[in-house]
Design a protein around this ligand. Structure first.
Ligand SMILES: *[C@@H]1O[C@H](CO)[C@@H](O)[C@H](O)[C@H]1NC(C)=O
Ligand SMILES: *[C@@H]1O[C@H](CO)[C@@H](O)[C@H](O)[C@H]1NC(C)=O
Length: 287
């Protein structure tokens, strides 16, 4: 049986479209959970999502599914110009008491002043593990990829595939590590001008509203569970994907050293007034 060339081409086109759709689709992967009255909008046929903030409300979205471990990639273009007081987020969080959380938060600034990238890890309800960074590019000029890898061994924060921070599962050390509570991915844009910019000294300029952040290329790799209780133990071998054992190779270790030496502006590990005793997970080789 002969398949006509046009027919074959249209099958190929269809398959290519299916693959593109499988890669990024906000309609399929997320629900708008805040600011549904137009402040949060899925755009470009599901390929992008726009969040906005005005003086009445911010906006946000969350993954439809829960994940117990995974790799989560998001391209974000942050609020340009005077973004002081605004906070754009991309994080994972569990629900209920003693929650676990893995945070990327982007703290806006006055025009021409740099954003602060704020990271934190909560385990069993306890956070207090902040590290902050400057980016080596203008995050408002173009989309960049921000990634969270979470496997049973470690959490890796990455920017354009460059590791920025690693939080290891120290096992026997007694430092809690998130291993049992499924998390959702949440992104939001809100105003926190009581603390975000220069410790709250610089307020949001509402005459510049609405503030807009753009998201694109969402990629949630991991086993999706419709409810938190249906995730199982998270260590079943449902697939064999690189993130499940991902760590840092020699190149990754070089790059994270570069980021931490040149671009880190705050590290809780070195904050003696706050932690007179070095937190356990900060001792020894961290990568
Ligand atoms: C904003 O810019 C000032 C001055 O460059 C800087 O000290 C501050 O850390 C920046 N970021 C935030 C979020 O305040
Ligand atoms: C799977 O996870 C459970 C609970 O976290 C743990 O008790 C068990 O040892 C794990 N199994 C494997 C094969 O790692």
């Amino acid at each position: 049986m002969a398949v006509s060339k046009t027919h074959a081409n249209s099958i190929l086109l269809f398959l290519a479209t299916m693959i593109a759709v499988a890669q990024a689709n906000f309609n399929r992967d997320v629900a708008i959970n805040w600011g549904g009255d137009g402040r949060a909008q899925i755009v470009d046929g599901g390929r992008g999502l726009r969040l906005s903030l005005d003086r009445y409300s911010g906006s946000g979205f969350q993954s439809k599914n829960y994940y117990l471990f995974g790799r989560f990639d998001m391209m974000i273009k942050l609020v340009p110009g005077n973004s002081a007081g605004t906070v754009t987020t991309f994080y994972l969080t569990s629900e209920g008491p003693d929650h676990d959380e893995i945070d990327f938060e982007f703290l806006g600034n006055s025009t021409g002043e740099p954003y602060t990238v704020h990271t934190n890890v909560y385990s069993q309800g306890k956070g207090d593990k902040e590290q902050q960074f400057r980016l080596w590019f203008d995050p408002t000029a173009a989309f960049h990829t921000y990634s969270i890898v979470w496997n049973p061994h470690r959490i890796i924060f990455m920017v354009d595939n460059i590791p920025m921070r690693v939080f290891n599962n120290n096992g026997a050390s007694g430092v809690p590590f998130p291993t049992s509570k499924p998390m959702r991915v949440i992104c939001s844009l809100w105003s926190a001008d009581d603390w975000a910019t220069q410790g709250g000294r610089v307020k949001t300029d509402w005459t510049k509203a609405p503030f807009i952040a753009h998201y694109r290329n969402i990629r949630l790799s991991g086993k999706p569970c419709a409810t938190a209780s249906s995730c199982g133990s998270g260590n079943d071998t449902f697939s064999n994907e690189a993130w499940q054992t991902q760590g840092l190779d020699a190149n990754g270790r070089n790059r994270i050293r570069w980021v931490q030496q040149k671009h880190m502006i705050y590290n809780y590990c070195n904050d003696r007034p706050r932690f007179p005793q070095t937190p356990h997970e900060c001792k020894g080789s961290r990568f």
